[in-house]
Design a protein around this ligand. Structure first.
Ligand SMILES: [Zn+2]
Length: 461
């Protein structure tokens, strides 16, 4: 007798889509049963007509807790995640007060988050100027990776210059740590922005000019060079352009220890959205040309871009206003997307590109789980793994509407987008955490400690 049996679904596994049942006991997947094999479950879910995918692992979200909870918090962010089929998030260390720059701060954050999240969560640690001597302890306390800015990250966080990055990569290499980079060239951005502000050139087009493809390329090629030189494990965050992806493809071919992510907004929205809709579509790196957006797909299809994350980075609606004296430069640069990544990736990859559902599972679950040390527990429908899965109805049509968003602030650049194929139920460790607009009353999400690239097996997280 199993605790839960999910019958008649099309199971999206890493080696193909299989008809059959998913058998769950004690929160783990214990077997994938072929059609016709009899089994009993205390609870039975009929997934006829639907796909069953591994729960998405969103490796890049900003839930802003503690410190910036007027923009987003774990209660709202994790509800949105659950509704969107995301069962694990990896939360960023900035837009936190203080930034997660030491083990003590991380432990406080973990304690604070207990009982707040509907989904499991791992944490990025800070990689800033002042915390060189804290990286080892952060790693030892379970930080999944370290986030570094090459350009000005705004207040409360510091960027690192190339010499410092080389130094930190050597250090991280010695402890098996993973560094993730926001890649835009410091000098090009700083000079460009100062120049624009001094001349009153503050339109969305000016923002695009400053945050050029060249600024992103230059930063990525610097990081590739340092990754090569140090041999450290490096992850490139939010790749926005095919020319940037091409650098990564070549580096991977040369054997550089490198992974990369993109986001659905770089695959679905274009710079025309920014030009027409203004601040609401401002992100960094910015949205790119229609042609670039089209070409970026090739790098998802060929595996250059390993993961698709949301870079969910919300704010209050008023912060998106680009009519102040600083124009577009004064508007908040981040998009809300954790709830809509899986449905939009499904529609884009399976319906529009006619690619396999396996690619959706690979980019949104398996690869992020592998890269961030969660694999073995998360990322696949496989015996022994946590029973984190999503039931997706491929025929369900949708249009993204503000009122359906679970975010603290119910707006998104994705509003208005239409497609087909929607998560209808989400399970975390065998328990339903979302179905028909209902959520459990007690949030069962847990902290996932990652130890040197591998989730700690001994820790009863
Ligand atoms: Zn981010």
């Amino acid at each position: 007798m199993f605790d839960l049996l999910v019958k008649n679904g099309r199971l999206v596994c890493s080696d193909g889509v299989k008809e059959g049942s998913l058998a769950v006991r004690d929160g783990k997947i214990v077997a994938l049963l072929p059609v016709g094999q009899e089994a009993e479950g205390r609870k039975v879910v009929d997934a006829a007509g639907c796909y069953v995918l591994p729960g998405a692992v969103d490796d890049h979200v900003h839930f802003n807790e503690p410190g910036y909870t007027w923009r987003e918090d774990f209660r709202h962010g994790s509800r949105a995640a659950a509704k969107g089929g995301v069962t694990t998030v990896i939360d960023m260390p900035m837009q936190n007060l203080p930034p997660v720059s030491s083990a003590k701060i991380m432990q406080k954050k973990i304690a604070l988050l207990t009982g707040k999240s509907l989904v499991d969560y791992a944490l990025w640690g800070a990689l800033i100027r002042s915390n060189r001597d804290k990286l080892s302890e952060l790693q030892a306390h379970g930080a999944a990776a370290f986030k570094c800015f090459m350009c000005d990250p705004g207040k409360d966080y510091t960027d690192l210059r190339l010499g410092e990055i080389a130094d930190r990569l050597n250090l991280l290499k010695s402890i098996g740590g993973l560094a993730g980079f926001h890649c835009e060239d410091y000098t090009l951005l700083k000079k460009g922005k100062e120049d624009c502000l001094s001349k009153g050139k503050v339109s969305p087009q000016d923002y695009l000019t400053v945050h050029s493809v060249e600024a992103e390329r230059r930063a990525v090629s610097d990081i590739i060079r340092l990754a090569k030189g140090t041999g450290a494990r490096v992850h490139i965050c939010h790749v926005s352009h095919p020319l940037v992806a091409e650098l990564i493809r070549q580096a991977k071919e040369e054997g550089v220890n490198l992974t990369a992510e993109t986001c659905m907004h770089y695959l679905l929205l274009t710079e025309e959205d920014l030009l027409q809709r203004g601040g609401i579509c401002k992100c960094s790196p910015p949205l790119r040309s229609r042609e670039a957006v089209k070409q970026l797909w090739e790098y998802v299809a060929d595996g250059t871009l390993d993961t698709i994350c949301s870079d969910h980075s919300p704010c209050q609606l008023a912060e998106k206003d680009d009519r102040g004296p600083k124009g577009i430069f004064g508007a908040w640069g981040g998009l809300s997307g954790v709830q809509n990544s899986l449905q939009s990736a499904w529609d884009y990859i399976v319906n529009q590109k006619q690619a396999s559902p396996v690619l959706v599972a690979r980019c949104l679950a398996e690869n992020p789980a592998r890269i961030f040390g969660l694999y073995g527990h998360k990322g696949e429908l496989k015996a022994g793994f946590d029973a984190d899965f999503v039931i997706l109805d491929p025929e369900k049509k949708w249009q993204i509407e503000a009122m359906d968003l679970e975010y603290l602030h119910k707006f998104s650049a994705f509003c208005g987008l239409k497609g087909k194929g929607l998560p209808v139920a989400t399970y975390l460790r065998g328990e339903c955490i979302y179905k028909q607009n209902k959520f459990p009353t007690y949030p069962a999400g847990r902290f996932l400690p990652v130890m040197g690239g591998v989730m700690d097996e001994t820790c009863d997280y």
